[in-house]
Design a protein around this ligand. Structure first.
Ligand SMILES: CC[C@@H](C(=O)O)C(=O)SCCNC(=O)CCNC(=O)[C@H](O)C(C)(C)COP(=O)(O)OP(=O)(O)OC[C@H]1O[C@@H](n2cnc3c(N)ncnc32)[C@H](O)[C@@H]1OP(=O)(O)O
Ligand SMILES: [Co+2]
Length: 139
């Protein structure tokens, strides 16, 4: 079951440059930075109420974020992530209802979470992430 929106993923060419906007213009605060090697991204998390802004910067030219930035050179909203209390059943439900899974099984995400994506061509144009804390995670 989906419990809440966990984060909005935003692609940027430079986290350091973008943080100036979020911290100085909006007055928000980055609370966590992490590189996720398996996704070839660096991340920065900025809480805003119950939802996080997740800034994503590519670490390699073949990162999914690098490809997105080729088409959107100024960056932009990349994905929406829903927290779920059971990511395996969430994927089964989504697949059974016709969504195209990018990940058949969950993979490592930031913040000690398991994540899995639905293809934007099957979700009305929005790249959709499911995420769930790993059992025993501190976050
Ligand atoms: C930090 C870890 C984790 C977390 O803890 O939160 C993350 O958030 S990781 C975030 C980065 N990782 C991913 O995005 C993994 C999932 N993404 C993918 O597998 C791919 O990016 C993709 C969505 C399958 C697209 O890859 P690909 O098919 O190679 O790229 P194309 O450029 O050819 O796109 C095909 C088609 O899809 C459209 N598209 C691509 N990205 C998006 C997007 N973010 N939102 C909406 N639409 C998207 C793209 O425009 C193409 O459409 P057409 O031009 O009409 O063919
Ligand atoms: Co994400």
């Amino acid at each position: 079951m989906i419990t809440n929106i966990d984060h909005l993923g935003i692609a940027v060419t430079s986290i350091d440059a973008a943080l100036g906007y979020y911290e100085k213009v909006l007055g928000l605060k980055c609370t966590h930075r992490e590189e996720v090697a398996s996704q070839k991204v660096r991340t920065a998390f900025i809480p805003c109420g119950q939802v996080n802004i997740e800034l994503l910067e590519p670490t390699s030219p073949d990162s999914p974020i690098a490809k997105f930035l080729e088409k959107n050179p100024h960056g932009g909203i990349h994905h929406i992530a829903y927290a779920t209390d059971d990511i395996t059943s969430q994927l089964a439900q989504a697949s059974g209802a016709g969504a195209r899974l990018i990940n058949e099984t969950p993979v490592e995400g930031a913040h000690e979470k398991l994540v899995a994506f639905l293809h934007p061509k099957s979700t009305f144009g929005v790249l959709t992430e499911f995420c769930m804390s790993k059992p025993g995670a501190q976050h």
